[in-house]
Design a protein around this ligand. Structure first.
Ligand SMILES: Nc1ncnc2c1ncn2[C@@H]1O[C@H](COP(=O)(O)OP(=O)(O)OP(=O)(O)O)[C@@H](O)[C@H]1O
Length: 336
C-alpha cells in the first residue's frame, strides 16, 4: 500500500508574549491508503497542532522549521509538497476538504449555524465532486443515509442546532466525507459523546474507513479507543513521538516506558477493583520542556546522567517498530 501522507521532521514553534515555545519537535509519521493511524497522547502533547500543520491551519504566530517535509499523494496521483503551497492558492482549497477531510470533537466547529446541513454538504460536493446541484443533493442525501441518519431527505434541510449531539456528529462525518477525501483526520470525534453513542460512532467510522478505502488519522488520549479503531499507532509525549508501530504489536509488547504507563492505566474487566496505575507526575508545559528525553522526569527507568542530558534518537528495535528511548539503544548508549 502506498503512503497517502508522509510527515518528516515536523517542528512547530509559536511566537508568544513569553517568547518562542516549541510544542512539536521532530515528529515523523506516515499514513497508508486504507489504514488508520491512531495518534495518542495526553492533553497538550501536540496531536492537534501536528495535524493542523498538515492542513495548513496554524495561526500566523506559528513557525514551521525549515527542514520539515510534509507531502501527500493527491487523488490524481500527483505528489503535493504541503509546506510549499501558497496559502491563497487553489491547491490549498483542494487540500482542505477535497483531498483531506477533517472532523472535530465539536461538530459546531465544522458547521455554520446559519445554513442548513444540506446547503453545506451540497456546497462541498459541488466544489470538489459534482457541479450539478440536483445530483449533488442526491449524493448528500445518500451520504446522510450512509452515516445512519433516519429520514435523510427531510434531515438534509435541517439546521445543525435542530439535531441531537449524536446526530450532529454523524452529520459532520457526512459533511467531511461529502467531497470524497482520500484521507480523513478525526480529532477526538467521540470524546464529547456518551458511551453508547461513542461506541456507535466508532463503529460507523471504522466501517466507513474500510468501505471507502480511505486513510485515517484518529486523534485521542485513549489507548483503549485506538485499540478498537487503528491498525497503526503513534504515541506522543510533549511534542515528540516516543513510539510507533502496528497497534496490536505495540499493545502486546510496548517498548517505551510511557506507552507501558498508558497501557497500565487502561481499566480492564478483570481488574475493575484494582487501582488504576496512571503515569505518575504531570506532563510539563512546553515552556518548561526538560532537556534530554522529554519523559525522563516521569520515567521510573531513567538512566542517571544520560536520559536527562541527551535526546534519544528514533531507532527500530524490530522491523516495523520505532522507539525513542535510551533503554533500547545500546549502540547509542555506548557512543554517548
Ligand atoms: N496558537 C498557539 N499559541 C501558542 N501555543 C499554542 C498554540 N496552539 C497550541 N499551542 C500549544 O501547543 C501545545 C500542544 O497543543 P495541542 O492542542 O496540539 O495538544 P493536544 O495533544 O491536541 O491536546 P488536547 O488533547 O488537549 O487537544 C499546547 O501546549 C498548546 O498550549
Amino acid at each position: 500500500m502506498g503512503d497517502l501522507l508522509t510527515v518528516e521532521n515536523l517542528t512547530i514553534s509559536f511566537r508568544t508574549d513569553e517568547g518562542l515555545i516549541t510544542p512539536v519537535q521532530d515528529v515523523s509519521f506516515s499514513v497508508q491508503k486504507g489504514r488508520t493511524l491512531g495518534l495518542v497522547g495526553e492533553s497538550g502533547s501536540g496531536k492537534s497542532v501536528s495535524t493542523k500543520a498538515v492542513m495548513r491551519l496554524l495561526p500566523g504566530s506559528a513557525v514551521i522549521a525549515p527542514d520539515t517535509r510534509m507531502h501527500y499523494t493527491a487523488k490524481d496521483g500527483q505528489r503535493v509538497e504541503v509546506e510549499k503551497l501558497d496559502p491563497r492558492s487553489r491547491a490549498i482549497r483542494r487540500l482542505r476538504g477535497g483531498e483531506i477531510g477533517m472532523i472535530f470533537q465539536e461538530p459546531m466547529a465544522s458547521f455554520s449555524p446559519v445554513y442548513t446541513i444540506g446547503n453545506q454538504m451540497i456546497e462541498a460536493i459541488r466544489l470538489h465532486r459534482e457541479p450539478n446541484k440536483r445530483q449533488a443533493r442526491e449524493i448528500a442525501i445518500a451520504m446522510l443515509e450512509r452515516v445512519g441518519l433516519s429520514d435523510p431527505a427531510t434531515r438534509i434541510d435541517q439546521y445543525p442546532h435542530e439535531m441531537s449531539g449524536g446526530m450532529r456528529q454523524r452529520a459532520m462525518i457526512a459533511l467531511a466525507l461529502s467531497a470524497g477525501p482520500a484521507l480523513l483526520i478525526a480529532d477526538e470525534p467521540t470524546t464529547a459523546l456518551d458511551v453508547t453513542i461513542q461506541a456507535q460512532v466508532l463503529d460507523l467510522m471504522r466501517e466507513l474507513q474500510r468501505d471507502l478505502g480511505m486513510g485515517m488519522i484518529f486523534i485521542t488520549h485513549d489507548l483503549g479507543v485506538i485499540a478498537q479503531i487503528a491498525q497503526d499507532v503513534a504515541v506522543m509525549y510533549l511534542g515528540t513521538i516516543v513510539e510507533r508501530g502496528p497497534t496490536a504489536e505495540v499493545i502486546r509488547d510496548p517498548k517505551h516506558p510511557y506507552t507501558q504507563g498508558l497501557l497500565a492505566a487502561i481499566p480492564s474487566l478483570d481488574r475493575l477493583n484494582a487501582r488504576m496505575t496512571p503515569v505518575p507526575g504531570d506532563i510539563p508545559s512546553p515552556t518548561e520542556r526538560p532537556t534530554g528525553c522529554p519523559f525522563h522526569t516521569r520515567c521510573v527507568h531513567a538512566i542517571a546522567g544520560l536520559c536527562s542530558a541527551r535526546t534519544p534518537r528514533e531507532i527500530a528495535p524490530e522491523p516495523g517498530r520505532a522507539v525513542r528511548c535510551w533503554l533500547h539503544d545500546e549502540a547509542g548508549r555506548s557512543a554517548a
